[in-house]
Ligand binder design. Structure first.
Ligand code: BGC
Ligand code: NOJ
Length: 811
């Protein structure tokens, strides 16, 4: 069953039934200021950091699931309704929620009143606009009452949810004209406040939650709205809110527009006050006046659309399947921007409190984003690398507001450093900007300990070399990519976090996943060294890469697939000898991408084993058989019920590793089959089972051993976004940025006649037309660039600012 449809022309997903199987959300904002909004208006807003600068309050795991957000109430006679259906849930004559590129538009109508709410954050702006359009489509004159509603969060989202003895007494507001100001803690150490305004006179307002809602009501039935009268309450402590009350008259056919703005202001220390206890409102007024008419707002909205036209114009395809086109051209790229912005911090599954930017996560996110805004990718690489230590190790996470490593989480995840080689080489290949390597980048955020970025890459590479175990394979540390394979943890205390506990120091558990990763990015490192004239370094590094390949062949092969690890005691993990967890996806992915033992048939055997043991109807599961009991020597992985998350779930992030592995063997049909199994637009009809949004990837789909195979969770913030984009565009469609041009090497289903891709690369537009008359999966007979044959499959960097045709004949 479907709950809406794709409107590809407008790049929107249109939800037509508000009762989606889970809240289906969207993200507003692209730089500093962000909102999450569900298809019924739920969600929250923050400036830069969902933990430290949260503007509006949200209660996770609420009943019902998505309760609380930015709401409007319309009182038309005795009928009370909301344009986004919630919170009132009055049956609407028409409901539609259009999630688009950084905006959401609600359309609701009832009894001859049509309401449209357009929500977005203008580019470069620290505020969200809600343009509310009301139209009377009846033949009677209408007198309606409109109430707005948001609930302030007292800035620090964690404190806000825990420290009630304090924060029930701290809340402070001011109201002046049509603007409600939230100034909790402003007189002490904060130099910021927030405001909620409307560009029209108001009849009343409320700022105290209990006065507006009533202590015994829910947001579906606030006293003030039901009585049709706000109380002009001023909050002193308790829970401050902002609600405007407007009386609106509409003649038949008449429409009116109102601009609401939720803004964030920072004020210099000596300019905080207008007079005693009265805040300096000038910065807010400046913001309000920049968008106080519908014309100004419409222009900003057009700018936002143009911004996305440009971003999405850099890679676009035409294939025979609209479901593929809409993933590649629109939604997958859009999700890559969102994961770039959020890392794993704020979604409807990530509370915005627990995690900042992840070292490995943010590096991986860049491979789906770097072509969009390379300058921002560069800055991000710098920020990430600044949280590394001289020995190559690094903080696992950092806070976006401070950009400082998060000491509470710590480090020692031994895959982390290597991802820096991936992001850096992806950036240089996309841009040709080698100067990044010379940039002086701090260690541990200490600029007196800065070294060139190249030295950071070197430290990453040698961190593995210096941390090898008994089989000369990489020590796993606290965990590798699989955060739940905690081989040195041995936790018996339920109050310990698997993520931060390493009980047995000096453990020698080794990871085959890191081994494969090291070979892939070790080779990249060698290639880079050669490219920049560091021949000696390249030679030395190659020795270590070769040694790792040997170590994998000797100690990492189980007969039909690659082992996953050696545990603390030196026992095999992911072996046919094991009772459960005989085979794991990660080492098959990385060792096949690294092509370790390809000549000996290892790659093929490994991928055949993946197909046989791990593949199922809904994707490739992480391990098989899933663990059914707790293995203290394995840690968190064995705490999940079979078929979920890292224990036999389809962890969508790693499925593309297998897709890429398949392309190494030229098996285009298999690679694409895996792609379509988890690509959300291909799952739209399954929405009832799948539950989460059909326009974005989720982290996990329940695997074949789960209670409900196919049910998905944790949509939006996952490395799944960038890896799938990378796999489909660079390995299946096979168009890849390289240092000296665009490499072309498709590996597609044999049934395809071909496809087209428009690729803007280093300011050059390539119109690539791939033809497949012989119906093969891989292999190129001829490439014509502007009609002339080229001898290599790397199309050089042609004249900038121009369009060039690239005709590719497979065969
Ligand atoms: C989850 C992992 C996640 C880790 C870090 C674990 O509970 O299963 O997917 O990477 O937490 O937050
Ligand atoms: C999600 C985390 O964000 C990521 O860092 C980790 O690699 C995967 N889970 C697998 O555990």
């Amino acid at each position: 069953m479907e709950y809406g449809y794709f409107d590809d022309e407008n790049r929107e997903y249109v939800i037509t039934n508000p009762k989606t199987p889970y809240p289906w959300i969207n993200y507003l904002g692209n730089e500093d200021f962000f909102s999450l909004t569900s298809n019924t208006g739920g969600g929250y807003t923050f400036y830069k950091d969902a933990k430290f600068r949260r503007l509006t309050r949200y209660r996770y795991n609420n009943i019902p699931a998505d309760n609380g957000g930015k709401y409007f109430y319309i009182k038309d006679g005795d009928t009370i309704w909301s344009p986004g259906w919630k919170p009132v849930k009055t049956e609407l004559d028409h409901y539609e929620c259009r999630h688009g590129m950084s905006y959401t538009k609600f359309k609701g109508s009832k009894n001859g009143i049509e309401a449209e709410v357009l929500q977005f954050i203008p580019l470069g702006f620290w505020g969200e606009i809600q343009k509310v359009s009301l139209k009377n489509s009846s033949s009677d004159k209408k007198k309606i009452k409109l109430f707005s509603f948001i609930e302030w969060c007292l800035w620090n989202a964690e404190d806000d949810m825990t420290n009630f003895q304090r924060n029930f007494s701290t809340g402070e507001v001011e109201v002046k004209d049509s603007v409600i100001y939230h100034k909790t803690e402003f007189k002490e150490r904060r130099n910021h406040y927030a405001f909620y305004s409307v560009n029209s006179p108001i009849t009343g307002y409320d700022t105290d939650r209990e006065t507006f809602v009533g202590l015994y009501n829910g947001l579906d039935a606030p006293d003030a709205v039901f009585e049709g009268q706000s109380r002009n309450s001023i909050a002193h402590g308790w829970s401050p809110i902002a609600s405007h009350y407007l009386e609106i008259e509409l003649k038949p056919g008449e429409d009116k527009e109102f601009i609401f703005m939720l803004g964030y202001v920072e004020v210099e220390k000596d300019k905080k006050w207008e007079s005693k206890s009265i805040i300096n409102k000038q910065p807010a007024h400046d913001m309000i006046s920049s968008y106080d008419t519908a014309d100004k707002v419409n222009r900003a909205f057009e700018d936002l659309r143009a911004y996305w036209d440009n971003l999405l114009g850099k890679i676009s395809i035409e294939s025979a399947d609209p479901r593929l086109d809409r993933m590649v051209n629109i939604w997958n790229q859009y999700q890559c921007m969102v994961t770039f912005n959020m890392s794993r911090s704020a979604s409807f599954f990530e509370s915005g409190i627990g995690r900042g930017m992840g070292f490995r996560d943010s590096n991986q996110d860049l491979i789906g984003f770097v072509h969009q805004i390379p300058e921002r990718a560069r800055e991000r690489i710098y920020d990430i690398a600044s949280t590394q230590f001289e020995d190559g190790s690094c903080y696992h996470q950092y806070q976006p507001l401070t950009k400082k490593g998060n000491a509470a989480v710590g480090g020692n995840f031994n895959d982390d450093p290597l991802w820096l080689i991936l992001s850096t080489t992806a950036y240089i290949k996309e841009t040709g900007d080698f100067s990044l390597l010379d940039e002086m980048v701090p260690f541990d955020n200490d600029s007196s300990r800065a070294k060139s970025h190249f030295e950071h890459l070197k430290a990453s590479f040698y961190h593995v070399v210096h941390n090898l175990g008994p089989h000369k394979l990489p020590l796993i540390g606290r965990a590798d990519w699989n955060d739940c394979l905690n081989l040195n943890c041995f936790s018996e205390d339920p109050n310990e976090s698997f993520q931060t506990t390493e009980n047995q120091k000096g453990g020698t558990a080794e990871s085959l996943m890191i081994a494969g990763l090291f070979v892939v990015y070790g080779k990249e490192y060698v290639k880079l060294c050669i490219r920049i004239g560091k021949e000696d370094e390249a030679k030395e590094a190659q020795v270590h890469v070769d040694a790792m390949i040997e170590a994998v062949k000797q100690h990492g092969w189980d007969g039909d697939w690659y082992l996953r690890a050696y545990d603390y005691f030196g026992n095999k993990v992911g072996s046919s000898e094991n009772e459960e967890g005989k085979i794991f996806i990660e080492s098959q992915g990385w060792c096949t991408m690294a092509e370790i033992g390809k000549e000996e048939g290892m790659v093929e055997k490994s991928l055949n084993a993946v197909k046989k043991y791990l593949d199922c109807d809904y994707g490739i599961v992480l391990n098989y058989p899933a663990f059914t009991k707790y293995y203290i020597e394995y840690g968190e992985i064995s705490t999940y019920p079979a078929g979920y998350k890292e224990n036999g779930g389809i962890f969508c992030h790693n499925n593309p590793w297998i897709m890429i592995g398949e392309t190494m063997l030229g098996r285009g049909d298999q690679a694409y089959d895996y792609y379509t199994k988890i690509a959300p637009s291909f799952l739209e009809e399954l929405s009832e089972l799948h539950k989460v949004e059909p326009y974005v990837y989720c982290q996990m789909i329940a695997g074949k051993e789960a209670h409900r195979p196919g049910e998905a969770k944790n949509s939006w913030l996952s490395g799944t976004a960038s890896w799938n984009f990378y796999a489909i565009t660079q390995y299946i469609l096979g168009i890849r940025a390289e240092y000296d041009g665009l490499a072309i090497n498709p590996c597609i289903p044999a049934s395809w006649d071909g496809f087209k891709m428009k690729r803007v690369f280093r300011d050059v537009t390539y119109n690539i037309n791939v033809k497949n008359p012989e119906h093969i999966s891989k292999g190129i007979k001829q490439i014509l660039v502007n009609g002339q044959p080229v001898n290599s499959n790397i199309v050089p960097i042609l004249e900038k600012g121009k369009e060039h045709s690239v005709e590719v004949l497979m065969g």
